[in-house]
Design a protein. Structure first.
Length: 102
């Protein structure tokens, strides 16, 4: 078990309060307004959110969700584009060329 402490940005405190320690894809999708199919796609491609698999069940840890949200905070659209470009380049180097075109 990790002793990592996750600092929650005030903007994400309400989301953190809505998430149990382990969330199902349906619960997470409802809280973040992300379709479950998108979460499934991300998971199958190894993108964005880390997950826990217990048997056939998939869960997302609250601290991983909050860390992902924090990683999506940008100062400008240009910064967001650069981050997306960097992710696409990393995916291409890893052999995944099926990423989003945005």
């Amino acid at each position: 078990m990790s002793d990592d402490v996750v600092t929650i940005a005030p903007a994400f405190a309400e989301i953190a309060g809505q998430l149990p320690p382990l969330s199902t894809p349906e619960d997470l999708g409802r809280v973040l307004h992300i379709p479950v199919n998108t979460l499934n796609d991300w998971r199958s491609r190894g993108r964005n959110l880390r997950f826990v698999k217990i048997g056939r069940m998939v869960y997302y840890r609250r601290e991983d969700v909050l860390a992902y949200l924090q990683s999506q905070v940008f100062s400008s659209t240009a910064e967001a584009r650069t981050a997306a470009r960097t992710r696409r380049t990393a995916d291409a180097l890893a052999g995944d060329t099926t990423g989003p075109e945005s």
